[in-house]
Write a protein that binds this ligand. Structure first.
Ligand SMILES: [Zn+2]
Length: 275
């Protein structure tokens, strides 16, 4: 499943393809992708819509329309966009097709069919699941003060708190595990028991792992025209602890441990992250 840094790359790849383009025809071929709209209404509401930009909130991709409305898309497990000429045949699982005014088509493919689209009438009226999201982790809104306050108000384990997108945005399992290692704190520690100096370290670590992930991803260009390309996750990333069970810790050579916590695999160094 793509995490926030990967979605950021999808947004960057989409921008040059769709910004300034008008949707001539919008075809919803699989109803469940946009459950709130009928096929007819999907087509009607997006016909002739001018795309003025592409933004992101958490893992939601936001196509900004001239009308002030937005088309929000969540890729979930296997959703992906490809850009095709009108001659090329549609790839498998092409559930939504936008015919653009440059004689190309933007196609949303999704093998597992968990991807979702919805129309948002204005930025001031965001749906609940978008409104509830914590501040963007790399923006000025995600302050150290906010983070310390959030920790002090929760008795949940740090690992679980970091995965709660309404408290701390942008960390999936991998990046949560990496940030905890970088800060040298135990994943099972109750959030409100973390010392202030450690909490500050963890705050820095969160921003560092996300920045690193975005930078690492920028070497992998998403080729929107490649129907058979793997799209995301083509680079072998190096992780500090994630999926390194039994391997030596990078700091102290202690063997990395794996536990299952809250239904997810958690990796940590029992020595560097003892407390
Ligand atoms: Zn260690």
């Amino acid at each position: 499943m793509p995490e926030l840094p990967e979605v950021e790359h999808v947004v960057r790849a989409l921008r040059p393809v769709v910004t300034g383009r008008r949707i001539l025809v919008a075809e919803l071929n699989l109803k469940r992708i946009a459950p709130e709209l009928s096929r007819a209404s999907f087509g009607r509401q997006l016909r002739n819509a001018l795309i003025t930009g592409v933004g992101r909130r958490g893992k939601y991709i936001l196509f900004e329309l001239e009308s002030g409305r937005m088309l929000a898309t969540h890729l979930r497990m296997t959703g992906k966009f490809v850009s095709l000429t009108t001659d090329e045949s549609l790839p498998p699982y092409a559930h939504v097709v936008f015919y653009l005014d440059d004689e190309r088509r933007l196609v949303f493919c999704d093998m597992r069919q968990f991807g979702r689209m919805r129309l948002i009438t204005s930025a001031q009226r965001l749906p609940k699941e978008l409104n509830a999201l914590a501040p963007e982790p790399l923006s000025d809104d995600f302050t150290e003060e906010y983070f310390l306050k959030t920790l002090s108000r929760s008795r949940r384990s740090l690992k679980q708190l970091l995965l709660d997108q309404t408290r701390v945005l942008g960390l999936g399992n991998i990046y949560a595990v990496e940030a905890l290692f970088l800060a040298g704190v135990n994943p099972l520690k109750p959030a409100n028991k973390l010392s202030k100096p450690r909490a500050r370290k963890l705050y820095q670590a969160i921003r560092q792992v996300l920045r690193e992930a975005i930078d690492a991803g920028s070497t992998l260009q998403i080729d929107m025209a490649d129907v058979n390309g793997s799209y995301l996750g083509t680079t072998e990333r190096f992780w500090r602890v994630y999926e390194r069970e039994g391997e030596p810790c990078l700091n102290c050579k202690t063997s990395i441990k794996r536990i299952v916590h809250g239904g997810r695999s958690t990796y940590y160094c029992p020595s560097c992250q003892a407390r």
